[in-house]
Ligand binder design. Structure first.
Ligand code: LMR
Length: 391
């Protein structure tokens, strides 16, 4: 039976990791998979995480099961950063998940169990979004998030999609630092989206995977808080991959905002049952390390400072890149007004392949670049190569 399976392509983003590693060129540039890189091109473990892990090893006295909800100290510790002082009076609860991917998957399973059939998604999006929806046979409606040729946000796109959507459809929204385009909605646009989905009865699935890497934790929460203030119910998938540097540890959470406090226990019972059937319980280590940071004022400050310097470095890279202005079809100036790890360049497939084969520059086939892969040592080479391949 297994021979009947058809060949599946390797995940294009993850395949870049191996392609880059196999390139022996001394001035190769990795702008592929979304990991933060420091000014030396490294992705070190956060100092706050190292300290928390040390404490965890010294103090943990059991690895016995916790339950499908995972480490609730971790889940609750993130709440002030995401929701601020919002008064959600018994309507908010959450569970730990294996990464943000686990949270998105669990959210979609819950939506399907609630009767949602269709989800709307701006394109381009993180490629795994579509793969998750496909895996559980969720119908997908798409709209244009960004006009790639002009590198500008298409706000009409999402508003038209909401107008077309049926009540009970879901809408996927990137909370901040849009992946792959870096193009986020303004505070006013978030309010317009919130009002439109509330009027239409469209259900928001908020994906917050780059929290703190745009303008700061408060600023990067404006969109999700605006939606949650305006609609009766929502789901929020959270990832600690980037803002705690926990990538391979798989640290995430799914938050449920219920329409009323009375329905929350029933909804959560479904979340626990689905989590149990998916992965039983989330892996503990990473979430426990994050909890230890959030419980300790000194470690929290250390972590906030580390995220602050990542954010500042990415702003500097964006500004330097923007100073190159228009290079053929690419307008680097657009990068300055975008947020987070990514930007999207209007290059053809052939040009992207030439960057790879002739310049050892690795970026996603979509034209996405990881801003953090650029340093003062390679940024000029990159801009020049983008010019060369367009000649
Ligand atoms: C990315 O978009 O490159 C990251 O989020 C890594 C991944 O899982 O795709």
């Amino acid at each position: 039976m297994l021979e009947n399976l058809s060949e599946q392509p390797a995940d294009a983003l993850l395949a870049l990791i191996k392609l880059y590693a196999a390139d022996t060129s001394s001035d190769k540039i990795d702008l592929g998979v979304g990991v933060y890189r420091d000014a030396d091109g490294g992705t070190p473990v956060f100092a706050a995480i190292k300290a928390a892990e040390k404490r965890l090893v010294e103090t943990q006295d059991s690895k016995s099961y916790l339950g499908p909800e995972g480490d609730m100290g971790f889940v609750n510790g993130l709440v002030p950063y995401i929701f601020g002082d919002m008064a959600l009076a018994g309507r908010l609860d959450g569970v730990q998940t294996p990464g943000g991917t686990g949270a998105v998957r669990l959210a979609c399973d819950l939506l399907m169990a609630s009767g949602t059939k269709k989800i709307w998604m701006g394109t381009p999006s993180w490629p795994n979004h579509a793969q998750i929806f496909k895996a559980i046979n969720m119908e997908v409606g798409t709209f244009e998030h960004i006009d790639i040729a002009t590198q500008t946000l298409n706000f009409e796109g999402v508003m038209n999609a909401i107008a077309q959507a049926s009540s009970g459809d879901a809408l996927l929204l990137h909370g901040c630092c849009h992946n792959p385009t870096g193009a986020d909605y303004s505070a006013e646009q978030w309010q317009q989206i919130a009002d439109a989905i509330a009027a239409k009865g469209v259900f928001p699935l908020l994906d917050l995977a780059y929290h703190g890497l745009g303008h700061g934790f408060e600023e990067d929460s404006i969109g999700v808080r605006t939606i949650i203030k305006t609609v009766p119910e929502a789901l929020l998938a959270y990832s600690c991959d980037k803002n705690f540097g926990m990538y391979r540890e798989r640290v995430g959470a799914l938050y449920v905002i219920a329409p009323n406090a009375g329905s929350l226990p029933k909804i959560m019972s479904n979340v626990y049952a689905l989590a149990r059937a998916n992965w039983s319980m989330p892996p503990d280590h990473g979430g426990a390390a994050v909890r230890i940071i959030l419980e300790d004022a000194g470690l929290t400050q250390m972590w906030l400072d580390e995220v602050g310097s990542m954010r500042a470095r990415m702003r500097r890279v964006r500004d330097t890149l923007a100073s190159h202005g228009k290079v053929g079809a690419v307008d680097f100036a657009a990068i300055a007004g975008q947020n987070g790890l990514f930007g999207m360049l209007p290059l053809t497939k052939e040009q992207i392949m030439m960057l790879r084969s002739e310049h050892s520059i690795y970026m996603a086939g979509s034209g996405r670049i990881n801003i953090a892969g650029l340093t003062r040592h390679n940024i000029e080479k990159f801009a020049e190569a983008v010019r060369t391949v367009q000649k």
